[in-house]
Design a protein around this ligand. Structure first.
Ligand SMILES: [Mg+2]
Length: 400
């Protein structure tokens, strides 16, 4: 079998990727919604993979893996890897999890960041109201994550929040600096209000930065110790930070019982090596659509497990094909797996794809699908209506 084409289009803000073969089997993948600009970067890799056997996934990846980087520059390579596994699974008549070593769980726990009403502001009452409404969602989520501090507009909205000039856009997460005592107390009050709603029945995680200095991060982590949080995410680096600040994270995590988490922007096992070998964090959160794909994420999960580090993969904007990819790989991860971040799925996607059960989340879990490949297909007839004018995504003329 040979790769004959690589296609990319942008539908409803999400890049969609398809790899075609000379045997009529195609593989698909989806890239995070905010990365609508990544299409030319995906197509850049076409010259490297044409003519290769897609079922030798690793051999193809060796040709392109070193031509990627930390988020957002790992997403094209990751999407191609995921599409290759989809082809390999379809060619073998097996779900992707079987090719990754087999599943150790039949359903996969997810956590909720983006589904249901978000807090309408940054007061303790507004956080509590969001938690109340999200707790009542039919999906039955067991873990919730809320944005606070530099991950949100809290520094701009709450007076005297930190020692620095407030900046707002266009760069994501532009603020950084020492928290004021007032800022610290405000976050603690918000967490207290959230815990009053969620109690000890639900897990609570916070996405915090990037933007904290070591002492502010440590002060917050210690102040939040009585609340038994799931984790504090990306306090120092994260999101679009192209480095990992291993020493800074180690200073924080080794001095508090609150679990410290990072990793959604990190590319490849090499990006995680120092964090893991130094036990610089307690939980890592790679995204399969940024780290370099499914096999890369599995390798990093196993390596983290050797060091007593847990894993809770990122995925809030990975879309409906992203859910399929996350479920397939997370079914195979060792028992250091906590939960993956459930992507937000806009209603239109139930028209644009087929093969997945709706609703996907029951009692806080997604069931592992047994169809060949990722177990999800594009509904091309419906998709045609959503393609940009003159787009050639559904042109299969290169298939021989
Ligand atoms: Mg995050």
């Amino acid at each position: 079998m040979k790769i004959v084409d690589l296609k990319c289009t942008v539908v409803e803000g999400y890049p969609l990727v398809r790899v075609d073969t000379d045997e009529g089997i195609s593989g698909i993948a989806q890239i995070e919604k905010p990365k609508h600009y990544i299409k030319p970067h995906v197509l850049f890799y076409k010259r490297f993979i044409i003519g290769q056997d897609p079922t030798n996934v690793e051999r193809v990846m060796l040709r392109i893996r070193n031509l990627g980087g930390f988020k957002p520059w790992g997403s094209a390579v990751s999407a191609i890897e995921i599409a290759l596994w989809d082809i390999a699974g379809k060619a073998a008549g097996l779900p992707v999890y079987k090719l990754l070593g087999g599943k150790i769980r039949d359903r996969v726990l997810v956590y909720n960041t983006g589904i249901g009403p978000a807090p309408t502001g940054f007061t303790p009452e507004e956080y509590a109201e969001s938690a109340r409404r999200r707790k009542a969602l039919p999906e039955g989520f067991k873990i919730f994550k809320f944005g606070v501090a530099f991950h949100t507009r809290m520094p701009a909205v709450i007076p005297n929040f930190f020692y620095g000039e407030v900046e707002e856009g266009p760069t994501p997460y532009p603020n950084r600096g020492r928290l004021t005592e007032r800022g610290l107390k405000h976050i603690v009050e918000c967490v207290k209000a959230l815990k009053e709603v969620l109690g000890d029945e639900y897990g609570l995680a916070l996405d915090c930065g990037p933007g904290f200095d070591v002492q502010s991060a440590l002060s917050l982590a210690k102040a939040l110790e009585p609340f038994n949080l799931m984790w504090l995410e990306d306090m120092i680096t994260g999101d679009y930070t192209p480095y990992t600040a291993v020493e800074a994270y180690r200073l924080v995590s080794s001095n508090t019982t609150t679990p410290i988490h990072t990793g959604e922007q990190i590319y490849l096992r090499y990006g995680f090596k120092d964090l893991i070998e130094n036990n610089a964090v307690d939980v890592i959160g790679p995204d399969p659509c940024d780290i370099g794909g499914l096999a890369e994420l599995k390798w990093v999960a196993e390596f983290a497990d050797l060091h007593g580090i847990l894993i809770a993969p990122h995925g809030v904007f990975d879309g409906i094909i992203g859910v399929a990819a996350l479920t397939q790989v997370c079914a195979t991860l060792p028992k250091n797996f906590i939960a993956f971040e459930m992507p937000v799925i806009e209603p239109v996607w139930w028209e644009l794809v087929k093969g997945l059960p709706n609703p996907l989340v029951k009692d806080g879990y997604v069931e592992v699908q047994d169809k060949p490949g990722l177990g999800v297909e594009l509904n091309e007839k419906a998709l045609a209506k959503y393609l940009p004018e003159g787009d050639d995504f559904l042109d299969y003329s290169s298939k021989k």
